[in-house]
Design a protein around this ligand. Structure first.
Ligand code: PEP
Ligand code: MN
Length: 353
């Protein structure tokens, strides 16, 4: 069983397998093929935390012998999602030693603590691997809190998994992806725990198989240790997440197309010169921001004197519209520019309040 994932810097650490375990044949077929393509760990969900009560909720404990068979015959470590103490003990009884905590569970400290306690009570804290997905919302403290609970329970192999955030300022129908990447959040997590590997789950992040290659490459460029990818023999007829799973063959070509970038910072003269340019521009941006704040302050005084409220929605809509139009014309990510504009507006509002 794998213990230290930090050493695999020359190739990505890849966890792959179906969203849900559906049959013995399905898990055996996928496990064999993803292992041959270079996956280090097999994943398959048994207990599925579905948003809608009408969706397929997983085969539950019935699938444990299937996973046991995968581990034994295909010789690949198997991971499944756990959300309760009962899930943990059922898995341990079946020899499953790798778990992931789903995004919906990470948000719940009671459940996270229950799982952490179940692991430490079983005495397997030094053997198991726990992959902690980010919480649904971009709440770094909750993600950190969940990791802390497993650390306190003595778990040695902790991995963080970035699967994107649903708390976006855009309405879901306007979104290109199922979840918002907000890359700055997993990067901040890595700054808190440089020793904890971070994987990216492009399947749940994008929610669309067409986005998986692009997102996987972006994650590796950001220094992530590896990926968790959903693979299904017939994605179109999968019982869950059918739009985001890829076939074993697609997985094989994806893995073949990945390369791990070097994380060493080559501090060449050319790079140094460009970085000084960036520092100079950042200073100018900072000074412009200060200048803008001074004007906002004066506007605040005028509003107070004339009894006008600080927040003027019509004016703000106009600013947002202008900035978004500017972003489109200049080929910039409109959503991101909108977010920056909102943050700048928030600064001004606070100044006026
Ligand atoms: C999963 O990995 O199958 C899953 C349910 O993911 P998430 O918790 O990221 O939604
Ligand atoms: Mn899924």
């Amino acid at each position: 069983m794998m213990t230290n994932f930090q050493t695999s810097t020359s190739s990505a650490f890849i966890v792959a397998g179906p969203c849900s375990a559906e049959s013995l044949e399905q898990v055996m077929t996928v496990a064999l093929s993803v292992k041959q393509s270079g996956a280090c760990m097999f994943r398959a969900g048994l207990w599925k935390p579905r948003t809608s009560p009408n969706s397929f909720a997983g085969v539950g404990a019935e699938g444990l012998p299937w996973l046991q068979q995968v581990q034994k015959e295909i010789q690949i470590p198997v991971a499944t999602e756990v959300a309760t103490a009962e899930h943990v003990s059922l898995c341990l009884e079946s020899g499953i030693r790798a778990f992931w905590i789903g995004a919906r569970t990470t948000t719940n400290p009671f459940l996270v603590q229950q799982v952490a306690d179940a692991i430490s009570k079983s005495g397997t804290e030094e053997e198991v691997t726990v992959m902690v997905k980010n919480p649904i919302n971009p709440d770094l403290a909750t993600w950190v809190g969940a990791i802390e609970r497993f650390k306190a329970a003595g778990v040695k192999n902790i991995i963080a998994v970035h699967r994107g955030f649903s708390d976006s300022l855009t309405v879901p129908t306007d979104r290109q992806m199922r979840n918002d990447p907000l890359w700055s959040v997993p990067l901040a997590l890595h700054r808190c725990y440089p020793e904890i590997p971070v994987l990216c789950d492009p399947s749940h992040l994008g929610g669309d198989r067409a986005l998986i290659t692009q997102l996987s490459k972006q994650a590796l460029q950001l220094g992530m240790t590896g990926l968790m990818i959903e693979v299904h023999p017939q994605p179109g007829s999968a019982l869950s997440d059918s739009g985001q799973q890829i076939t074993p063959k697609e997985f094989e070509s994806l893995v073949g197309s990945l390369c791990m970038p070097s994380i060493d910072d080559a501090d060449t003269t050319a790079l140094q010169a460009l970085r000084s340019e960036i520092d100079r521009i950042d200073n100018s941006l900072g000074n412009l921001l200060l200048e803008r704040l001074k004007v906002a302050h004066e506007i605040g005084t005028l509003k107070r004197e004339s009894g006008i409220s600080v927040y003027q929605e019509q004016r703000f809509n106009q600013i947002l519209e202008n900035r978004c139009k500017w972003a489109r014309e200049n080929g910039l990510d409109e959503e991101l520019v909108k977010r920056i504009t909102e943050a700048i507006h928030e600064l001004a509002i606070r100044e006026q309040l």
